[in-house]
Design a protein around this ligand. Structure first.
Ligand code: SF4
Ligand code: SF4
Length: 117
């Protein structure tokens, strides 16, 4: 699937552990990225300083759902579900009764699906 215009959920809900221009220490989950524009686009989409994990995060039905609200709910749940013992490069599986199962590999997001926005 393609990234949904006017969403930006993953640029808010996810934590990023690598530097972002304007956020040298990355960003915590739930904090809006300073590079997310008012119309919910990435201001540094083609800039080489854009974190590699942003470019590597691919939209998916599981993650993005049908709306920004669904994506935010899913991503917040996933952040909570994967916090303890997170390791870069490790493959994780997560599921809950209200969201579909998903597998993903630890990346510079606290979690990340394989693959960008
Ligand atoms: S959650 Fe999905 S649809 Fe929303 S901005 Fe991220 S990749 Fe795009
Ligand atoms: S894609 Fe752009 S706006 Fe989104 S988190 Fe990454 S740097 Fe920030």
């Amino acid at each position: 699937m393609n990234c949904r215009p006017g969403c930006g959920a993953c640029c808010i809900a996810l934590s990023i552990s690598t530097p972002i221009p304007g956020m040298p220490d990355g960003k915590p989950s739930g904090v809006r990225c300073v590079q997310l524009t008012d119309d919910l686009r990435c201001a540094i989409f083609t800039d080489p300083r854009r974190p590699a994990c942003c470019a590597g995060l691919k939209p998916s039905v599981e993650m993005c759902g049908d709306s920004q609200a669904e994506a935010l709910a899913y991503l917040r749940w996933l952040e909570r579900a994967t916090k303890p013992g997170f390791e870069f490069g490790k493959t994780y599986s997560a599921h809950a009764s209200n969201v579909p199962a998903v597998s993903f590999v630890g990346h510079c997001f606290t979690w990340a699906t394989e693959g960008g926005m």
